[in-house]
Design a protein around this ligand. Structure first.
Ligand SMILES: [Zn+2]
Length: 252
């Protein structure tokens, strides 16, 4: 007998699968899940909408095979306001790209799913998407177990208040050790970065994002280098966007 279970899922990516079908990768409260969506590649098919990246689904699926099939399904959120805005879409793709590369976070799967959904909800109505991306990326470092140390100097282990962030030292270095360590941010930028890392998602509003956004370019650069240094990760989405920006500068 075929058993079915109902679940929530965010479509992360879609690949062609056999004739007219798609293979979707979902993030769910129980981790990642791949499912076949029958008919998704047919032009007028009802199931076409279920195979679009960045779509929140409520669904059921078969459970009798290694690779199961989506059965009942309803779209809970198309994230239209994000998809209609290229700047928001860029940030959404950068988020999905990071989620795609990350293995299941196991015991934290439900927490992580909620974290992603909450971040996307904030992204819908913000003027500061880059700042939101920085918050997501910093908090993700904690879930990945490579979180930087903000409260204790990674070199002397003493509590640190007004230190400077160092990618190499993986945290905030005290003023004494900053003299002999390569640091990457000023004390003010470091303070802002710590705010981004520690703020609870339900405390984030436009006023907070506006306060931090003047610092965000340098902070984002440091986050990218941190990901490269400790996770060997380079964002393709960001590389493409940098190339486009360079190209636009060259066009008179
Ligand atoms: Zn120190």
């Amino acid at each position: 007998m075929m058993k079915e279970r109902e679940s929530l899922g965010l479509v992360l990516k879609t690949n062609d699968y056999q004739e007219n079908a798609a293979l979707i990768s979902l993030l769910t409260p129980k981790g990642k899940l791949n499912l076949i969506v029958r008919g998704a590649k047919k032009i007028n098919s009802k199931t076409r909408a279920f195979a679009m990246p960045l779509t929140l689904l409520q669904f059921e699926h078969t459970t009798n095979r290694e690779l199961n099939t989506l059965t009942k399904c309803e779209v809970l959120d198309y994230y239209s306001t994000i998809k209609e805005n290229p700047q928001l879409m860029f940030v959404a793709y950068a988020l999905l790209e990071k989620i795609n590369l990350i293995p299941s976070v196991e015991q934290d799967d439900a927490l992580f799913f909620q974290f992603v959904v909450d971040t996307l909800n904030l992204l819908k109505n913000t003027k500061y998407p880059e700042t939101l991306l920085a918050i997501f990326e910093l908090k993700l470092l904690y879930l990945l177990g490579v979180n930087p140390r903000f409260n204790q100097c990674p070199i002397c282990n003493k509590p640190v208040k007004d230190g400077c962030f160092s990618v190499e030292a993986a945290g905030v270095v005290c003023s004494m050790d900053a003299m002999t360590t390569i640091t990457d941010l000023s004390t003010n930028h470091t303070k802002m970065m710590k705010y981004l890392y520690t703020i609870k998602l339900d405390k984030i509003d436009e006023a907070f994002l506006a306060l931090v956004s003047p610092f965000i370019e340098e902070i984002n650069d440091v986050i990218d280098r941190y990901y490269m240094r400790y996770l060997d990760f380079t964002s393709k989405t960001k590389l493409i966007s940098q190339k486009m920006a360079n190209l636009q500068e060259k066009i008179p």
